[in-house]
Design a protein around this ligand. Structure first.
Ligand code: NAD
Length: 410
């Protein structure tokens, strides 16, 4: 199955429980707009290379569309459609006034110089600026894009439309960013982990964790879980994993990472492959890197009691069913990693009002929204005896469906 088929499989499974009619399913499944652009770029050595960029806008019934931009060699139209659809359900699960979108460029950014990355980003915006905007579609960071890339986007868009900080979120603090946005996804992951463990009568401080990925989401997740007393047994990046049965020293690992740009070679752990790491004995497994890493082949060997999906679409439908049968709780991406888009919402509102919130208020509001979304979903799951994923889809689809029908079909 393709990535988009996987997302639609989860959608249809929930739609069946909801007894949702074919007409409304048809209205909700397909994206509103799919943009593909070719971006010829002059490389530093004078050569011209053409990259392909995408922006897929899935649904705007509940507000302007919202979703990250990913720079990765595996970016394609299918994956982007799947991620855009997930954004529609995610913004609805946390009840923030946005629809769903996603975009990206098929590129390995580690092969680009900083100047090439900047030119590529600016040319991408030159090609899609008419279709994005503070009241249309608001990009944000995702894999291999960061606050600096968001700053280029704001600047390039503003050349066409005047000063427009609300066109993009995840910007640097010195350029209309929000306090707390950088760590927001990881912080949200920590809050839902705390709640999930509480339903099992335990706590972060009594549990061990394996976190795949040590980028924006993975590193903040590790830092915040460790600060709550959690034991991080293993983490990884694209170069491989690190394992320490006594628990990794996360502050030391962050310092090492800041200096070396990789966790490889950190002296406080043994190396381990990304594949081995996923099946280590632990209480909580947190995929926080790529999609489709938990599959039919390894799901039966996973030894965690809970899987928290910090990455988007890390679990294939086959694996999801295996976890369900094995009684492993999976907190799905559309709930678990919604902290990022929630603080993006705070950033957007601050930009529109030209007003700044304190970090304390951002974190307080983030916690309130994440806990409400977790408990709304958990209630549906327990009352109807469903997985957390199906319950989250039911909550999201219900809200988007109502908004779509209320607006009429004309
Ligand atoms: P990032 O680029 O900051 O970090 C990605 C991490 O994954 C890095 O540590 C990288 O080395 C690692 N990685 C890359 N390829 C790998 C491989 N083949 N095997 C193992 N590790 C690999 O990206 P991010 O923003 O942290 O995003 C990670 C995931 O979280 C993605 O699925 C993204 O869609 C999702 N997400 C991100 C945000 C956000 O706010 N950044 C919000 C919601 C969801």
């Amino acid at each position: 199955m393709s990535s988009f088929d996987d997302t639609n499989y989860y959608f249809r499974r929930a739609a069946k429980v909801m007894d949702l009619g074919d007409r409304i399913q048809e209205l909700l499944l397909e994206p509103y707009r799919e943009l593909t652009v070719n971006i010829p770029l002059e490389m530093d050595n004078g050569e011209i290379r053409t990259f392909t960029g995408y922006r897929i806008q899935h649904n705007n019934s509940r507000g302007p569309m919202k979703g990250g931009l990913r720079y990765h060699p595996q970016v394609d139209v299918n994956e982007t459609k799947s991620l855009a659809s997930l954004m529609t359900w995610k913004t609805a699960v946390v009840e923030i006034p946005f629809g769903g979108a996603k975009g990206g460029i098929t590129v390995d950014p580690s092969e680009l110089s900083d100047r090439e990355n900047e030119r590529l980003t600016r040319k991408f915006i030159q090609r899609i600026h008419e279709n994005i905007g503070p009241m249309k579609d608001i990009p944000a960071p995702d894999m291999n894009t960061n606050p600096q890339v968001m700053a280029y986007i704001m600047n390039e868009y503003s050349k066409f439309y005047g000063h427009s900080p609300a066109v993009v979120t995840g910007k640097p603090l010195d350029l209309h960013g929000s306090p707390g946005r950088d760590e927001a996804t990881g912080r949200g992951v920590m809050y839902v982990t705390e709640q999930a463990l509480e339903t099992m009568g335990t706590a972060i401080s009594q549990c061990s964790f394996v976190v795949q990925g040590f980028g924006n989401v993975g590193s903040h997740t590790c830092r915040l879980l460790a600060a709550e007393g959690g034991k991080i047994l293993a983490t990884s990046d694209v170069n491989g994993g690190l394992y320490n049965p006594e628990g990794l020293d996360i502050p030391a690992l962050l310092a090492y990472m800041a200096q070396h740009r990789t966790i490889k070679g950190f002296p406080g752990g043994h190396s381990i492959s990304n594949e081995e790491m996923l099946v280590l004995r632990c209480d909580v497994l947190i995929p926080a890197a790529l999609g489709h890493v938990l599959t039919r082949d390894n799901a039966k060997d996973v030894q965690a009691r809970v899987v928290i999906e910090a990455a988007n679409a890390p679990t294939t439908p086959d694996a999801d069913e295996i976890f369900d049968k094995r009684g492993i709780m999976v907190v799905p991406d559309i709930l678990a990693n919604a902290g990022g888009v929630t603080v993006s919402y705070f950033e957007w509102t601050q930009n529109i009002q030209q007003f700044t919130w304190e970090l304390e208020k951002v974190n307080q509001e983030l916690r309130r929204i994440m806990l409400k979304a977790f408990h709304t979903t958990y209630k549906v799951a327990t009352e109807k005896k469903l997985s957390m994923r199906t319950a989250a889809f039911i909550v999201g689809i219900g809200r988007v469906g109502k908004a779509t029908v209320l607006q009429g079909l004309a």
